[in-house]
Design a protein around this ligand. Structure first.
Ligand code: ACO
Length: 325
């Protein structure tokens, strides 16, 4: 039976120029390169320059996605930007991106699901496209976490970086087969009881300040593998597929130990897992599109490959997305 499906036609990425190594952080924070590498796999991260905004990074990534897709900005009638670090409380960062790209029609709005934001944004855009409410979408993950870190808290400030990634999507018709290209499914979940494990201690309605990131790392770790595994199982089951069908795991990049545990659970060899956490650290909503874009541009991901994406973050919010590239 013919149905609408969202094709991913292109992807784009942006990383700020400034590289900050673990050794550089260790000059001002009580930590070491050895501790950070052993516990997280992180070697370095990028920090946005003064005046560089979530929206400016996102705009560059979005333009890259349009260029690869061979689309004109005027084709876009939906922009969904996942970010926990918007330029301003309002209006949405997505509307700044829309204006930067010279787009004057359609809808643009932000999604807030922290590290799971890109999966949530894909789910929302996919539903718009499949229902015929939009034809061409930009889905973006963009963050400047360096601006919400507490530099006195060594348990969190070493973990995060800045950056942006984007995909350009277009509705097409398909016969429903998992062999055909496009987004096969998205699964999103949340459980607000875990607020205290990962949150920012500020906001317009609570403190009137921006606040800093707070995290019980062990508690997040404990839930991450279980929750993300459940989301992957749901995606495979919904498409009548098995772990053996997956060509690439493109996971949220929070910690190499979590990524390795996910790969082991799926019985995937390491060279089928896209890892950027060593160079990007955790860029929250930007981490999956940045990793996807790297693997597409260096030729690892080929058209027809099956890509499993998964993430979990503050809320807790988590999910998976299965894409036939
Ligand atoms: N440098 C040196 N020592 C440190 C540092 C540091 N940067 N940070 C903590 N330590 C110390 C601790 O104080 C503790 O010392 P103690 O034993 O004397 O008390 C020791 O190292 C061990 O600390 P733990 O917190 O138990 O270390 P753990 O092995 O759990 O690693 C980490 C911590 C890396 C944060 C890990 O728990 C983790 O990655 N958790 C998951 C985080 C995650 O996935 N987040 C994703 C979502 S993020 C989002 O949504 C925005």
């Amino acid at each position: 039976m013919t149905q609408r499906r969202s094709l991913v036609l292109g992807c784009g990425a942006y990383l700020p120029a400034r590289v900050v190594t673990n050794d550089e952080l260790a000059k001002t924070v009580d930590t070491s390169d050895e501790w950070i590498r052993q516990r997280t796999g992180i070697r370095e991260r990028r920090f946005a320059a003064e005046g560089e905004l979530t929206s400016s990074m996102a705009t560059t990534a979005a333009q890259g996605a349009l260029d690869m897709a061979g689309l004109n900005a005027k084709d876009v009638d939906l922009i969904v930007c996942a970010t926990a670090t918007p330029d301003e409380t309002f209006p949405s960062t997505a509307t700044r991106i829309q204006s930067n790209l010279g787009i004057e029609r359609g809808a643009a709005f932000d999604i807030q699901a922290v590290c799971a934001g890109f999966i949530y944004a894909l789910a929302v855009a996919d539903n718009f496209l499949r229902l015929g409410q939009a034809e061409t979408a930009l889905v973006i993950g963009a963050e400047t976490f360096s601006r919400i870190l507490d530099w006195e808290d060594r348990t969190t400030c070493i973990l995060f970086g800045d950056g942006a990634g984007a995909v350009a999507m277009r509705a097409a018709t398909a016969n429903g087969s998992a062999r055909e290209p496009g987004l096969l499914s998205t699964h999103v979940y949340s459980d607000g009881r875990h607020h205290d494990a990962l949150y920012v201690d500020g906001g317009p309605s609570s403190t009137g300040t921006v606040g800093h990131l707070r995290m019980e790392g062990r508690e997040v770790f404990r839930h991450a593998v279980v929750r993300m595994s459940e989301a992957i199982d749901a995606a495979l089951e919904a498409n009548n597929l098995t772990p053996g069908d997956i060509d690439w795991l493109v996971p949220h990049q929070a910690n190499l130990r979590i990524i390795d545990a996910m790969a082991r659970r799926l019985n995937l060899p390491q060279d089928r897992v896209v890892v950027t956490v060593d160079r990007h650290a955790n860029t929250s909503a930007a981490s999956i599109p940045l990793a996807l874009c790297e693997a597409v541009h260096d030729g690892r991901v080929q058209r027809g490959d099956l890509i499993m994406m998964e993430a979990m973050g503050g809320g807790f919010a988590w999910g998976s997305a299965l894409l036939r590239w």
